[in-house]
Ligand binder design. Structure first.
Ligand SMILES: NC(=O)c1ccc[n+]([C@@H]2O[C@H](COP(=O)([O-])OP(=O)(O)OC[C@H]3O[C@@H](n4cnc5c(N)ncnc54)[C@H](OP(=O)(O)O)[C@@H]3O)[C@@H](O)[C@H]2O)c1
Length: 333
């Protein structure tokens, strides 16, 4: 497994990172806890050294499970979690039940709670999950600086931040990354966000490398989601990749991408991950899985995709697909 640094920082990780959202019970459909733990451990045994989670995943459940999974090798990995997204579990409206909230007292408390759930006394990389536009960005950054001084956090970063938000944050903290949605069907960050990250010598953490399941070759046009799965919403971070109008055409594109992989003996998930890694600003491509066999398959994404193949995939998505890959859209915040 190849490694990359986060920009010019000395934080280094495997190019593929294990994504912990699917093991956040109640948000990503049903799964088996033991299988999920096995999936994370198998990933580590095969060279994955970055594990990503968030306080909000499963309203704390995801961190607890991640803590169990990584316990035996915690010191050997880059453990990433996120905060400043408060939740009200009793609120049935998903849109208002979680809100970006960087209140410094709540954020400070939530770092301690994450440490407890993750069974560790330090977080390698702590990210502000979503921008809280009601406060200056110096507020959460100063909390992270204090957590660094206290030895609770090693590196700070943000997630889902636009250029101006990163600019403001950088005045108060040496953030090393912005974790953003980036995959074959979502090229919005290429226009402004990624060039800025590169210019500032930071690294991109790309999430949704498999378009949250659309790029796995396992979906068909009758794909449905259970009530405890966020994907039952037809929008995914401002896109409509599996809405009624787009699912069929996007699956057709996915099928064509899958066929392109045959010549190289690569599955569609492996192509999807290596496509993300073909962008040199990306430090790590995150892929989430609660199944060991899927995590093993995804390791094959650590591959240098030939330029011609990447061009063919790009043409398919930009010209034949539903248009969701159009660049230049505002990043969803
Ligand atoms: N900062 C943010 O706002 C943000 C937002 C989204 C995600 N993230 C992070 O990024 C990570 C990756 O994104 P994601 O998990 O949403 O999406 P993803 O990695 O694109 O896709 C995950 C989905 O793909 C399935 N899958 C994975 N490998 C597969 C394989 N080989 N064959 C078939 N299905 C496969 C998983 O199902 P199984 O469990 O059944 O394998 C899961 O349903 C997250 O886990 C999270 O850590 C961050």
């Amino acid at each position: 497994m190849r490694k990359r640094k986060f920009g010019n920082s000395d934080l280094e990780t495997s190019v593929i990172g294990y994504g912990g959202w699917p093991m956040g019970r109640g948000q990503y459909g049903p799964f088996d806890d033991d299988e999920s733990i096995k999936s994370a451990r198998t990933s580590y045994e095969n060279g994955i050294t970055l594990f990503d989670t968030a306080a909000i995943y499963g309203w704390g459940y995801g961190e607890k499970l991640m803590g169990k999974a990584i316990k035996d090798f915690r010191k050997n990995i880059v453990l990433v979690t996120k905060g400043a997204r408060e939740w009200d579990r009793n609120n049935p409206d998903r849109n208002t039940a979680t809100i970006a909230d960087s209140d410094p007292i709540k954020l400070t408390k939530s770092i301690d709670e994450s440490l407890k759930r993750l069974q560790t006394d330090y977080i390698d990389l702590f990210l502000i999950h979503w921008p809280d536009k009601t406060r200056p960005f110096s507020v959460p950054m100063e909390v992270l600086e204090k957590a660094k001084n206290d030895g609770k956090v090693r590196y700070s970063g943000v997630s889902n931040f636009s250029v101006s938000m990163m600019e403001e944050s950088l005045q108060s903290s040496d953030i090393v990354t912005n974790q953003i949605g980036y995959h074959i069907f979502d090229r919005r960050p290429e226009k402004e966000v990624m060039p800025y990250i590169k210019k500032k010598n930071m690294g991109v953490m790309a999430y949704g490398s498999l378009a949250h399941g659309l790029l796995t070759g396992k979906w068909n046009t009758s794909k449905t989601f259970t009530n405890d799965d966020w994907r039952q919403n037809t929008t995914n971070f401002g896109l409509h990749s599996w809405s009624k109008e787009n699912l069929k055409s996007n699956l057709e594109v996915a099928k064509k991408i899958q066929n392109l992989g045959k010549e190289f003996n690569k599955s569609i998930t492996q192509l999807a991950i290596s496509w993300v890694l073909a962008n040199e600003t990306v430090s790590v491509a995150l892929a989430g899985s609660t199944k060991p066999e899927n995590s093993i398959e995804n390791l094959g994404g650590d591959w240098d995709m030939p330029d011609d193949l990447k061009n063919e995939i790009d043409k398919l998505v930009l010209n034949v697909g539903s248009g969701v890959g159009k660049s230049g859209m505002e990043i969803a915040t």
